[in-house]
Design a binder for this molecule. Structure first.
Ligand SMILES: [Zn+2]
Length: 265
């Protein structure tokens, strides 16, 4: 399929155990649960790459070991972006939502590009990540049905929202690429337990804000139904149509801590 799409990838390091998340229905179910949760709150869904109505999840076995990749810490995302591009996952209109079956030693359960400060097309969930002071990421469980979105589904949505640019500094409740006012907000980060129930509480920070001068994810070209004035992420436009060339500072991935946590029972 062509056009602007979110493409899910199940990526394993050379020595990572294959839990068959791409073929046993786990990721398809998880993505369906995330889509249902998003649609219930916004009337929109992510534009996912699908095949016969199901999310088309590609499988990628990398040449590098988990230790080799995870030694990059939070910068593992930049490594994955480079490695996956070399493997052909560099379509100029795709966001790659990576479910990485490794990450021992990676101090976060996920991170993402965040234009315009960090332009890129990859976001990754580190399924075996080990955030300090929190439970291992592997304690989180995928949704068991399409109506039971939990932490991993919220995290996937949260990270894709980062790749399209949320939350920008012009937002009133902005705090380090997130919002800090409501632990029930999809884009919250802070000291309270994260329990997403809403997308942009009060609609004043990043969704349906009615503002043209600050990023509004409602206008993203990666959401369907598409807005009349649909926007691509900041910084994507300068690229040619074949080879992505991200700015030299795209490896700067600091100051970005997405919430860690485990699914509600
Ligand atoms: Zn985040």
């Amino acid at each position: 399929m062509s056009g602007y799409q979110v493409k899910a990838l199940y990526v394993l390091p050379a020595d990572g155990a294959d839990e068959r998340l791409d073929t046993n229905g786990t990721l398809a179910r998880s993505l369906a649960a995330a889509q249902a949760w998003l649609h219930e709150r916004t009337g929109k869904r992510l534009v996912l790459d699908t095949f016969r109505g199901q999310p088309d999840v590609a499988f990628v076995r990398l040449d590098q070991s988990d230790a080799e990749l995870s030694s990059h810490g939070v910068f593992i995302r930049d490594q994955l972006e480079r490695i996956l591009a070399a493997r052909g996952f560099d379509h100029p209109q795709k966001i790659y939502l990576v479910y990485f079956g490794g990450g021992a030693g990676v101090p976060v359960c996920a991170n993402a590009a965040h234009p315009p400060r960090l332009v890129g097309q990859v976001t990754a969930l580190y399924l075996k990540g080990t955030p300090p002071g929190a439970l291992p990421c592997a304690n989180n469980r995928f949704a068991t049905d399409e109506r039971s979105a939990g932490y991993l589904e919220f995290l996937a949505l949260h990270e894709v929202f980062h790749v399209v640019g949320a939350v920008q500094r012009c937002a009133p409740q902005w705090t380090g690429d997130h919002v800090g006012d409501d632990p029930g907000d999809l884009m919250y980060a802070g000291s309270s337990p994260w329990r997403p129930a809403r997308i942009d509480t009060h609609n004043d920070d990043y969704f349906r804000t009615g503002r043209a001068d600050c990023l509004d994810v409602d206008r993203s070209i990666f959401l369907s139904p598409q807005a009349a004035d649909a926007e691509i992420p900041a910084g994507w436009g300068f690229r040619g149509l074949s080879t992505p060339q991200w700015p030299a500072d795209s490896a700067i991935d600091i100051g970005h801590r997405c919430p860690t946590g485990v699914s509600d029972p």
